[in-house]
Design a binder for this molecule. Structure first.
Ligand SMILES: [Zn+2]
Length: 131
């Protein structure tokens, strides 16, 4: 069984194109300055359609995390156990990502940086603990 991977849409294509080049992109609303990820066609705060793309500094802090011991599908059987973290980025948006070294321990509030891992031709963001 192959691993499920994201498929870019017209709304998400700039995000996934950025991931290919190591650029973590997020949207900011021109009306209310709300920042968001994942990409949408309108602001999730005020519903305005005037959104701009910005590049993140790729640094944030762990808000929460979980360790997955049971693979959700057979495609993840060789990945368990792995960590998934909810990261609040310095720009204010929250990103849910896998943690690069799942053998390591992470803690809530820990500083992380976001990098990328290529899986079957798709570049996926992932968090890595900062020293
Ligand atoms: Zn807005």
């Amino acid at each position: 069984m192959t691993r499920p991977l994201p498929h870019a849409t017209s709304d998400t294509e700039p995000f996934w194109d950025g991931c290919k080049t190591g650029d973590l992109r997020y949207q900011i609303c021109s009306q209310c300055n709300h920042v968001q990820i994942f990409p949408r066609s309108l602001c999730s705060s005020c519903q305005n359609r005037s959104l701009q793309w910005k590049s993140s500094g790729k640094r944030g802090r762990v808000m929460s995390y979980t360790k997955v011991h049971r693979a959700p599908t057979p495609a993840f059987r060789n990945e368990v156990p792995y960590l998934i973290a909810l990261v609040e980025m310095d720009e204010g948006f929250r990103l849910m990502v896998n943690v690069r070294d799942s053998a390591s321990e992470i803690t809530i509030g820990q500083a992380v940086r976001v990098g990328f891992r290529e899986v079957d031709g798709v570049s996926l963001p992932e968090a890595e603990a900062c020293a």
